[in-house]
Structure formats: structure tokens, C-alpha cells
Write a protein that binds this ligand. Sequence first.
Ligand code: PRP
Length: 210
Amino acid sequence: MLNIALPKGRLAKTIYPLLSAVGYSCPLMEEDNRLLMLENPEKGVRYLLTKPSDVAVYVEHGAADLGVVGKDVLEEGQNKVFELLDLDLGKCRMSVCAPDGYQEDPEKVLRVATKYPNITRGFYAAKNRQIELIVLHGSIELAPLSGLSDVIVDLVETGGTLRENHLHVEEVVLPVSARLIANKSSYRFQREEIERIKEALRPKREEETV
Ligand code: PRP
């Protein structure tokens, strides 16, 4: 049985048809239900639907052999897994964002709000910039608007949330996209099967799609 952890939501809906097409179909995945573990013994596959930020935890500990996770979560969690493939899906940018008209005072400690403390710490340490880290769990854009922080480090996809809240990107920290990851020992012992899945999920280059 191959266990595959997928992040609940849009990404799972995009990835599942690709996996189904290469032999890992599971009718329960096509139903409207609230199951979190869905298996098809005939095809030897079990899907685990996790919170996006937990996929790599399931894979690291071997509860899942394979998983799909954003590069942001991988960098932040530093889980011990193999990153096999850039799926070129769910693309966005982790960015430093500030209110329109913001002027940084380099003499002052910068107050940075984020959901990504490890990435943020590393980013500013590399610049030798002293910061006060403020960890939040969502609606990060509210922090500079309310005076809680000077800037934020957060994901920007369409830029709509920033625009509506009169914020803008100051700097890109990390380009983000979905990655296929594998448990280290699963990869060793089920290498052939995992490699076959990896090749099936490999994004087509433009010249191959026309
Ligand atoms: C994410 C991110 C931004 C927004 C960016 O938040 O934290 O707030 O999406 O998307 P956009 O550039 O297309 O507007 P999410 O919706 O995941 O919720 P959160 O505020 O709880 O993190």
C-alpha cells in the first residue's frame, strides 16, 4: 500500500487526477465527503488529507510515503524528507510587504510579522538586519495596518490582498511552488514505484505541450 499525503483543498484537487491517471485512482476521492483517509485496496493506494502545513510531518515520520507540499512549508519546517520534484503548481512568492508610502528607518529594530519565523529569521540574519519577530497565524496583512509591525513576510499570489489593504511588495524572499516529497526509507525501498510516479507528475515543458 502506498500512502500519499495531500494538502486538503485546491492543490489536492489538482494533483489527485494526475495520480489517478497513472494508476492510483480512488473513487472515494471523487465523492463529496469529509473523509481524511481514503483508500483503494485494489490499486494499493491510500490518500491522507492533511492540513497543508502538516504534509511534511506525515512524510518525515513515514505515515506517508509521498506527499505534495509548498516550498514555503518545506523551508520553514526543515523536515527530513527527500524533495523529488518541482510540480510547477501553486506558484506564489514569499515576500516582504509594507504599507504604501512606508520608509524604513535603518537605525531602528525592524518589527516583522509573519507565519514563517524560521524563513524570516534566516532572511534578515543574512542581511545582518536586527528584527523583532512577531509570529501570527493568519491575516498577516493586518499587522502593519494596525501598527503591530512595520512590515510582514508573507505569501503573495495574485497580489489582490495587498492591493486592497494598501500594501506592496518591497522584496521577494523566496519563489514558492508545490513540491513532490518522499519519506527517505520509502524512497530507498520503493524507489521504482516512486520514480514512476515522479516521471508521471513531471511538468511538461512548453515545447512538449504544443
Ligand atoms: C494567503 C497569504 C495572503 C494571501 C495572498 O492567505 O497569507 O494573505 O493568501 O494571496 P493573494 O496575493 O492572491 O491575495 P490565506 O488566504 O491562505 O489566509 P491566511 O491569511 O489565514 O494566511
